[in-house]
Design a protein around this ligand. Structure first.
Ligand code: PEP
Ligand code: MN
Length: 359
């Protein structure tokens, strides 16, 4: 896949993190200009605004549509900021291109739909515009990668991903659970892909944005998309999560960007020594797991001979209780040990079932 690094995107300023900011929705020319004037002259280089808004229920504000594109153009003319908006159909693409929007993004609901993504990709054939792909609402890294591949297949090369969190059915503090391992996996698969974080849609409020920004920066994200409104209290959508331009400016001033690496020989030497230690731990962990699985198979064998069910709930319960007690001793969270031991338990069940039932 041919993906250009951000340094080759032709951005007005490619200093990391690249910041995209602006209102959830374009509401009026005054609101757009007031917000953009507050952002101009800060570290923000790209002005975002939703023109067509995907809303969960009908009857909510769905954006002003095409006429709001003129407001975006006015912002560009007056401030010099790049402009960006969300597209969800070929019609949106044609209109955004006609009004010279500089960057477009595909929203979380759309990136979950391969038909819609393919139609957008087809509409972009022969066009050279940067496109960001938000993660699909459901935590499916293949679907996210697939959307990016559909766009790359049409010849687009200025492509990036936006991590905006995932819907969850359970109770969550976040509006959309971050599930940081998913974007990490996407970057492992597509190492050249620029990665943005949208803390606004992850948090759903303004209090946690700074914490999320710091986390994203520590994970070496390339950019941020942060919803910003000149008067958030009266915003027609996502009022609770939008910062004022002044709040955003102060937040960005507090953020210290870490370096990707250091050439210092002392740092490099210490790092390789410690990494050798990690590699040894990983080798021992695997060896121990293999030893455990050997015993699991021996137990499977006697269960088979005595016609005993694989799952023994009482025994599993006892293991969980012991593990929770020990987790405390080693300062591990119960969530962490639960995840690790549930994975081990499931693999043990699979091995015994394979022995008893076959494939
Ligand atoms: C948005 O950026 O305003 C938006 C609708 O985002 P998402 O697709 O992440 O919900
Ligand atoms: Mn929004």
């Amino acid at each position: 896949m041919n993906i250009s690094p951000l340094a080759q995107w032709g951005l007005p300023d490619a200093q990391r993190p690249i910041v995209i900011a602006g209102p959830c929705s374009a509401e009026s020319e005054e609101q757009m200009l007031a917000t953009a004037r507050g952002l101009a002259g800060t570290h923000v280089t790209i002005f975002r605004a939703g023109i067509w808004k995907p809303r969960t229920r009908p009857g909510s504000f769905e954006g002003y549509g095409s006429r709001a594109l003129d407001w975006l153009r006015t912002v560009k003319k007056e401030t010099g900021l790049w402009t960006a908006t969300e597209v969800a159909s070929p019609k949106h693409v044609y209109e955004a291109l006609r009004t010279q929007v500089d960057l477009i993004w595909i929203g979380a609901r759309t990136s979950a739909n391969p038909f819609a993504v393919q139609e957008i990709a087809d509409a972009l054939k022969g066009v050279d515009i940067p496109v960001l792909v938000k993660n699909p609402v459901n935590p499916d890294v293949d679907l996210w990668q697939g959307a990016i591949e559909r766009l790359a297949d049409t010849g687009l090369h200025r492509l990036g991903a936006v991590h905006r969190g995932f819907s969850s059915s359970g109770k969550s503090l976040y509006r959309n659970e971050p599930q940081w391992q998913l974007p990490i996996e996407l970057r492992r698969r597509l190492p050249q892909l620029p990665m943005f974080c949208d803390p606004s849609h992850i948090a759903g409020n303004t209090e946690w944005i700074e914490d999320l920004v710091l986390r994203a920066i520590s994970l070496d994200y390339h950019g941020l998309m942060i919803e910003t409104h000149c008067n958030p209290a009266v915003a027609l959508s996502d009022a609770k999560q939008q910062l004022t331009p002044d709040q955003l400016r102060k937040l960005l001033a507090r953020v210290v960007v870490p370096k990707t690496t250091s050439e210092s020989p002392d740092f490099q030497r210490k790092l390789s020594e410690l990494r050798a230690g990690i590699d040894e731990c990983d080798r021992e962990l695997l060896e121990l797991l293999a030893k455990r699985m050997e015993i699991v198979l021996q137990i499977g064998q006697i269960k088979k001979e005595n016609n005993i069910a694989v799952l023994q709930t009482g025994r599993w319960d006892a293991i969980v209780k012991t593990i929770h007690e020990r987790a405390e001793q080693y300062h591990f969270s119960t969530e962490f040990v639960d995840k690790v031991f549930k994975a081990i338990h499931q693999e043990s069940i699979d091995k015994q079932q394979h022995l008893i039932i076959g494939d």
